[in-house]
Design a protein around this ligand. Structure first.
Ligand code: PSU
Ligand code: MN
Length: 327
């Protein structure tokens, strides 16, 4: 038996990194995972559908840099010609970002089998990125904001698959909460139903952010005062073998926060435009993001870039601290 095992697995450490069909791991990330070094997953819908060129590529690269500067290896996840890449190279990032929108699919969980079978390309949403990150053993993931319950979601049932993914995939998502284009109280209710542990980060009283501003008017039960405290939470979550995700809401840095009433105004206008144009389903979020950026003359985009960079920094610190508390 022992001999057989040695024959099949001459390099025992290789078994530490999960292998999965259709997934191509960048060697740097494979190495980091094998040596239990901190790795932070990053999504790519933000690149393909969340921001215009060239801000999308520049932001993706700046976010990766933040992860590195704070002690972790970035793993941007996306799909090129049917191959799921974990750790896109700068060239691959560029290729994905430059593709015309009709040639790149916004890939949530449900889209993955189709895109792979047709050898298409796509940006992965929070849901799909979580699923892939978990397959290869990445535990920490940074993004701007997750999807949620839409403002009319109780009637339309437009509820992002990000929320159900958080209910079933054990990955810790570091973000600035959900955008106020969504129904935040209902989103938090839904996360509770899904059994997702939600905490704010360095936000006394558990004040939960709403992407462009630091205070959504909603609170969550827990606040984490440092990356170390967050890492301790992650360690317990791992020890308990929770099969659900964890959500950490980091408020946008004060100096980049938007004026609440101005952004609310822009959101109302953008939502009215979406209704008038009959935008529905997966096109709603990208449409609203672009419309809000236009209405605010680019200010919302600046806030968006600042907060995602900050989230990448926090996530890297948490991932690094988790490696320390776990050894
Ligand atoms: N929120 C943003 N920017 C984004 C998204 C959300 O501020 O780019 C993207 C994320 O990839 C998220 C997805 O997972 O939109 C949610 O889309 P939907 O609501 O269709 O599930
Ligand atoms: Mn939707």
């Amino acid at each position: 038996m022992l001999l057989r095992r040695c024959f099949l697995f001459p390099f025992p450490e290789v078994r530490l990194v999960r292998r999965a069909l259709h997934i191509v791991l960048h060697p740097e990330i494979r190495q980091a995972l094998q040596h239990k070094k901190p790795v932070v997953a990053l999504e790519s819908t933000i690149i393909t559908h969340g921001m215009p060129m060239p801000e999308n590529v520049l932001t993706a690269l700046a976010v990766e840099e933040q992860v590195r500067l704070n002690g972790a290896t970035p793993a941007t996840i996306g799909i090129l010609d049917g191959r799921i890449k974990v750790g896109l190279t700068p060239e691959e990032l560029n290729t994905l970002a430059k593709k015309p929108r009709d040639q790149v699919i916004k890939c949530s969980r449900r889209d993955l089998p189709f895109v792979v079978s047709r050898k298409q390309s796509g940006g992965t949403t929070v849901a799909a990125t979580m699923l892939i990150a978990h397959r290869v053993g990445i535990q920490v993931f940074a993004t701007g904001g997750i999807g949620g319950v839409h403002r009319d979601g109780h009637e339309s049932l437009d509820v992002s698959a990000d929320l159900t993914e958080l209910g079933r995939t054990p990955v810790a998502v570091v973000c600035s909460g959900v955008k106020s284009i969504l129904d935040i109280p209902r989103t938090l209710e839904y996360l509770e139903t899904q059994g997702v542990c939600v905490a704010s980060f360095e936000s006394p009283g558990g004040v939960f952010p709403d992407f462009y501003t630091r205070d959504s008017g909603c609170t969550v039960p827990y606040n984490l005062n440092s990356a170390k405290e967050a890492a301790e939470l992650l360690r317990s979550w791992k020890e308990l073998k929770m099969e659900s995700g964890l959500l950490i809401g980091v408020p946008i840095p004060e100096e980049f926060a938007a004026d609440k009433s101005k952004i609310e105004d822009a959101i109302k206008k953008a939502s009215a435009q979406a209704k008038a144009h009959g935008v529905s389903g997966k096109d709603v979020t990208p449409f609203l993001l672009a419309a809000i950026a236009k209405i605010t003359e680019g200010k919302s985009l600046k806030s968006n870039i600042a907060l995602i960079k900050n989230n990448a920094k926090v996530a890297a610190k948490i991932a690094a601290s988790l490696c320390e508390v776990s050894t």
